[in-house]
Design a binder for this molecule. Structure first.
Ligand code: NCD
Length: 305
């Protein structure tokens, strides 16, 4: 049995299989309408979510399966003091696969160690978010035709942003990816990502503070929200929250072929004026998220046409 806790739990060829299956699901949606008949997905969400939880649920429903779960910790027995381990053990008896989001780093791993069914990490604190990474990979592959030879700028909260940590970890496994890390000094990428991922892989990366300076070089601009819920004090959040606001003026010197991604939710960091730009792909990215989760559920449950 396989879990997905960290993007590197999947080999590159397993990831390739998931992306290829996702591409077939795009082309032949109807063919997959009953592959998961009789199967159940449990979504155990201890933290807010719109896209991740609803796209997981929509994915399972579109495969013919059913969904159950909770969307806040206070509506589950967590409020009575139950551990993640006991919850996972119990839900294993009610469902075939679990997608879990939790504010504590490592909680989905604890669930996986105690469950009898596959557990998918749907975001653990400021750590990782492997299904957003699959979403981002499918978006990049479909929209640029490749997963190598790209210059990608990550902009915003690189300290707490789990989508950033997860995607850097994954992209460092592909050939010739250049990372430009754009953040205020206080929100720089954590040292462990530099040491254990970027330096360990000999990746080409630079850290800068101004997005205007690097805009012309980028093939992909990955914008992120300042992660309010991970700050220790509100004053710091207020000071840093508007560090970057992408607007049409900042895009004047960007490539015609630039792809603008954002895991969403957006707060202030992308002006709504950018939405009409053909390079703005973030809503399409959210749609790819549902498709790649269909492919992932099929792989983890061993389902095929
Ligand atoms: C992200 C998350 O939860 O980490 N959202 C998502 O899953 N698409 C990004 C964020 O909350 O900023």
């Amino acid at each position: 049995m396989k879990h997905l806790i960290d993007p590197t739990d999947l080999t590159l060829s397993e990831i390739d299989d998931i992306l290829t299956l996702a591409e077939d699901i795009i082309k032949n949606k109807e063919a997959y309408a009953h592959v998961a008949d009789g199967k159940k997905l449990a979504t155990l969400f201890y933290e807010p979510s719109t896209r991740t939880r609803l796209s997981f649920e929509a994915a399972m429903l579109e495969l013919g399966g059913s969904v159950l779960g909770f969307s806040t910790a206070d509506s589950s027995s967590t409020a009575k003091g139950e551990s993640v381990a006991d919850t996972a053990r119990t839900v294993s008896k009610y469902a075939d696969v679990i997608a879990m989001r939790h504010p504590k780093e490592g909680a989905p791993l604890v669930a996986a160690m105690n469950a009898d069914i596959p557990v998918i990490n749907a975001g653990d604190g400021g750590h990782l978010h492997p299904t957003q990474t699959l979403t981002d990979l499918l978006t990049i592959k479909e929209e640029t035709g490749k997963l190598s030879d790209l210059t990608i700028g990550f902009c915003g909260d690189l300290k707490f942003g789990r989508t950033v940590h997860s995607l850097i970890k994954q992209l460092s496994r592909y050939e010739n990816i250049r990372f430009i890390l754009i953040s205020p000094a206080e929100l720089r990428i954590p040292d462990y990502i530099k040491d254990e991922v970027l330096d360990a892989k000999g990746a080409d990366y630079t850290e800068v503070e101004r997005m205007e300076d690097v805009m012309p070089e980028l093939d992909i601009l990955y914008m992120t929200r300042v992660q309010k819920e991970r700050f220790f004090n509100e004053a710091d959040y207020i000071r840093l929250k508007d560090s970057y606001i992408l607007d049409p003026e900042k895009l004047v010197h960007a490539k015609e072929s630039l792809k603008i991604l954002h895991p969403l939710p957006r707060v202030n960091e992308i002006s709504v004026k950018v939405d009409a730009d053909p390079r703005a792909l973030y809503f399409k990215q959210a749609e790819y998220g549902k498709i790649v989760r269909k492919a992932l559920i099929m792989k983890l449950l061993g389902l095929s046409l």
